[in-house]
Design a protein around this ligand. Sequence first.
Ligand SMILES: [Zn+2]
Length: 330
Amino acid sequence: MKTPEQLAFDIINYRRTLAINARDTLLHELRSDEEFRILEPKRDLLEFEVGRLRAFKKDYLSEQSQLKKTKAELKNCLSRLGKTESVFFPHYSCKICNDTGIIDLVNNATGIVEHSNCDCIKREIINVARSEFNAINSDICDFRVLLETLKNTKADELLTGKLRKIYLFLSDYSRNYKELPYNIIVIIGTPGTGKTTAVSVFTNKVMVDGGCPLMITANDLNVRFLKYHIAPFKDKQSIFEPLIEADILIVDDLGIEPKYENVTLPYLRELLDYRFKKPIIFTTNLSRESLSALYDKSIVSRLNDKDRSHFLLLADSDLRGRHGIKQISH
Ligand SMILES: [Zn+2]
């Protein structure tokens, strides 16, 4: 399974190939003009000569002046053909990284050049993910943006305080999820409290940092369980595999899914066991008591495992509706 980052790089590389091909096609067309066909290689040869003579510390003034003249002739020739010298360069979509997806940054402290993903890759990762994982409802990938939004709201301080805590927790968790001891996070809050946005931003953040999360609604998860249940043996693995392979699985709205007999509860239990060492985040509208009533003991005991799970309680009231901070749920 390719990670969202690998898919994003595939897209950017494809874009780069297209830009180079378009440049090559245009040059090929221009070479049907006789003057251009003569001037272009003449310029290349002179450029090579100037470089060679300079490298051997020889006199290259005459070649340089010829080169200048040829370039001017080429420019005029292109202008006659309705073009400019830009025809020699591919027109990359991203001018920062030339569609390589990578930028070189000089570390001021050490002076060492470090590679990092260009912003266009980050955007593409989220685009890919949003078309693949339909549960993501935000294109924000930075918790600072959400925290900033909280500052501008007039909502009750107690409520925004809880949201702030959750944002900070998730922001931290997106960096440390591999090291932390607990691997089941349950976020409890009534509808409209911004849980889905918080975990969407979390998912985006993990992807942008190179991880491979999977965000799915509890309903879609349940449908996947059902598909797995009725699929022929040879197809079963491909249905369940992404749920196990994802670095982090985010299940939105646990509790709203219908409970199919011999499907929903046994496969959820199986999933929790398969992902014993890998994190899962659940959001739910249900209280801990309601969760206990809805799921059987074996699942509840896994969710309540002190060594493994961590509960985050959001405000009980409907933050978005009652307190008017609509901007938190894009
Ligand atoms: Zn770029």
